[in-house]
Design a protein around this ligand. Structure first.
Ligand code: 5RP
Length: 223
């Protein structure tokens, strides 16, 4: 068993009967979805799920997990998702995929949000390994980028996979991948980016994760 699978299985121990559980997106979240399906099948665990992406919804459906649409919920019991970076104060960077908006909505709606990752995701500051993904309304991208330039960010629109156009998220936004100075505080950055017109959402998840579980060499620890 690899570390991503191990940490996902550990998080699944927090799932109790009759919970409404949010499903994250990515390879670690996939292991969690598979474990939920096993628990439902083999241990008759009753639960309902809500997905942060079409791909996670399809996976849950293919495994016969009951699923409700995001627009039908006002809160959830538990959300489990991976991350691209995790700092010692449990701030996360997410959004290498296309589903940042739903991921943050579920993280906020959850009574408990457990972030799960292997140790490769641990960093000292947000932005250490990746640019910050910032979803923008397509017609606003130049004006939003100008505001970001003014606060010292460097970067541009994320290209699509074929490199013949721009990446479009599941929400229909463009993504600006922006680098900030190393010493920029994530809490301050969160507030600054939230304040820019045209920004739909961004990848800094500050003050949202309740528990961070990290697997390293076959052992899981809580941060
Ligand atoms: C998607 C995410 C993922 O949770 C993040 O990229 C981690 O993915 P993985 O579990 O495959 O390493 O934020 O938007």
């Amino acid at each position: 068993m690899n570390d991503k699978q191990l940490v996902a299985l550990h998080a699944a121990k927090h799932v109790k009967h009759d919970m409404l559980v949010g499903l994250g997106t990515g390879s670690t979240a996939n292991y969690f979805i598979e474990e939920l399906a096993r628990l439902a099948r083999e241990e008759h665990l009753k639960l309902t799920t809500v997905a942060s992406s079409t791909i996670s919804a399809q996976k849950a459906q293919s495994l016969n997990l009951p699923i409700v649409a995001l627009e039908h919920i006002s809160s959830i019991d538990l959300y489990v998702d991976g991350a691209d970076e995790i700092t010692p104060d449990k701030t996360l960077l997410k959004g290498r995929g296309s589903d940042l908006v739903k991921e943050k909505l579920l993280a906020k709606a959850a009574r408990q949000f457990i972030a799960v990752a292997d140790a490769s995701k641990l960093v000292t500051h947000i932005g250490e390994n990746f640019a910050i993904p910032i979803e923008v309304i397509p017609f606003a991208w130049q004006l939003a980028k100008k505001s970001l330039d003014q606060i010292g960010a460097v970067g541009g629109l994320r290209p699509n996979a074929a490199k013949d156009g721009y990446w479009v998220t599941s929400h229909g936004s463009y993504v600006l991948d922006m680098k900030f100075a190393e010493n920029t505080d994530a809490k301050e950055l969160n507030a600054l980016i939230n304040n820019i017109p045209g920004v739909v959402e961004h990848g800094i998840f500050h003050n949202l994760a309740d528990i961070v579980l990290i697997a390293r060499d076959g052992r899981v620890t809580e941060q």
